[in-house]
Design a protein around this ligand. Structure first.
Ligand SMILES: [Zn+2]
Length: 343
C-alpha cells in the first residue's frame, strides 16, 4: 500500500473509498516537511460535514492511542465503512520523533496548549506545533462531527484509566457524549465543564467541544508505555463510536468496567499542587476510593531529611483519579486529583 505525500489542500475527504496520506507541513529547519499520517475512509452514506476523527500522538510520548489506531488501520475494511472515518495515529510527529510531550526537537510547544486564536495563521505563531493546530482546524474539523483525542499520562501523571467529556447546557449532547465515553470500558468516566472559548490554554479536545462536536478525551495509561488495557480501551472506544453513529457496519459488545457495571461517572473536583519540589510517594493506587481528609500520599523533602513529609490529603470523599508518575515533582505541579462520584 503506497502512502501518498500530499499538501493539506490535496486531501480528498469526499470521494468514496480509502486514501492513505502523509500530510506535508513545511519544515522550518531542514529542506523538507513534517509528514503527518492520515487515513480517510469514505462510505456510500457519508454526509457533508459529518464523520469521525480519532487522534493519537497529540503528545509525543503517549503510545496507547497511536498503537490502537495503527491496529485499526489494518482491521477496518473499507467495504464496511458507511460514513467518513479519519484516522490520525500520530498527530504531533515533531514530538513523537523525539518521544517527548512537546515538540522539543522543533519549536518546543505543547500541541495541546496551542489551539488559540491565530495559531498557525499569524507570523508570531508559525512554528510546526501551531501549524498542526491550524491544519486540524482547517482540514479536519469541517469534515467531522465526532472527535476522539487519545491521551495517556506520558511521564507526568499516572491515571485511573478514563474517558471524559465536557458537559454543556444541552442534555441530549451530554447524554451522547457520556455514552461514547462509557463505551471505552474504562474504570472512570469524567464529566466537567469546558473552559470558555478564547482562552490561552487551548487544547484540542476543548477546541472540538467549542464547535459542538461529540468530543471525547482519554487518559489510558502512563509511564510512556503501551498499556495493555489502555490500548484495548482506545480501540474499543473508536470502534463503538463509529458503529453507533452509523459510520461503520458491525456489532460491538461492551467491555471492561462498562460491561461489568463497575464504571464510575465522576466530576474532577479537588487537586493538590506540590508546595515545594520533592519526591512523591503514593499511599493508594489510582482508582481507589478515599475518605474526606484521608492522607493518600506523602511528599518527601530529601534536603530536610529529618522533617515530616507533606501529607497529600483528599479534600473530599471520592476516587483518586490521578497522581504524579515520576517520584520527583516540581513546585506547583498537580500531584493528586480526587473526583466526586456522580453516577
Ligand atoms: Zn497527553
Amino acid at each position: 500500500m503506497a502512502r501518498e505525500i500530499v499538501s493539506p489542500e490535496q486531501i480528498d475527504m469526499e470521494s468514496p473509498g480509502r486514501r492513505d496520506y502523509w500530510v506535508a507541513l513545511g519544515h522550518t529547519s531542514i529542506w523538507g516537511s513534517h509528514l503527518i499520517p492520515l487515513t480517510v475512509m469514505v462510505g456510500p452514506q457519508a454526509k457533508p460535514g459529518e464523520g469521525l476523527v480519532a487522534f493519537g500522538g497529540n503528545h509525543g510520548n503517549e503510545y496507547e492511542g497511536p498503537v490502537a489506531i495503527k491496529h485499526l488501520l489494518r482491521e477496518i475494511r473499507t467495504e464496511d465503512v458507511l460514513g467518513r472515518l479519519v484516522l490520525v495515529p500520530v498527530l504531533n510527529v515533531a514530538a513523537f520523533r523525539v518521544s517527548a510531550r512537546e515538540s522539543t526537537g522543533d519549536d518546543g510547544f505543547n500541541l495541546n496548549r496551542v489551539f488559540v486564536e491565530g495559531a498557525g495563521t499569524t507570523p508570531a505563531m508559525a512554528g510546526i506545533t501551531h501549524r498542526i493546530a491550524a491544519f486540524v482546524r482547517q482540514s479536519i474539523w469541517p469534515h467531522v462531527h465526532i472527535a476522539i483525542d487519545l491521551h495517556s499520562g506520558g511521564e507526568v501523571a499516572r491515571f485511573a484509566h478514563w474517558a471524559g467529556f465536557f458537559t454543556c447546557a444541552d442534555p441530549e449532547l451530554n447524554q451522547r457524549r457520556e455514552q461514547m465515553a462509557r463505551w471505552f470500558g474504562t474504570r472512570i468516566v469524567t464529566a466537567g465543564p469546558n473552559s470558555p472559548p478564547g482562552g490561552i490554554l487551548g487544547g484540542l479536545h476543548g477546541d472540538a467541544d467549542h464547535l459542538g462536536k461529540y468530543a471525547i478525551g482519554t487518559e489510558l495509561g502512563y509511564g510512556s508505555s503501551a498499556d495493555v488495557r489502555g490500548v484495548r480501551y482506545a480501540r474499543q472506544g473508536v470502534l463503538a463510536a463509529a458503529i453507533h453513529h452509523g459510520l461503520l457496519k458491525g456489532k460491538i459488545e461492551p467491555i471492561g468496567h462498562y460491561a461489568d457495571g463497575t464504571q464510575s461517572l465522576v466530576r474532577v473536583s479537588a487537586s493538590v499542587a506540590a508546595p515545594y519540589p520533592g519526591h512523591y510517594e503514593p499511599l493508594v493506587e489510582c482508582g481507589e476510593k478515599a475518605a474526606k481528609g484521608q492522607t493518600v500520599a506523602l511528599l518527601h523533602d530529601f534536603y530536610r531529611l529529618d522533617e515530616d513529609p507533606f501529607e497529600v490529603v483528599a479534600a473530599m470523599a471520592g476516587i483518586v483519579v490521578a497522581q504524579a508518575w515520576r517520584a520527583r515533582v516540581e513546585q506547583g505541579q498537580l500531584i493528586m486529583m480526587v473526583a466526586e462520584e456522580i453516577g
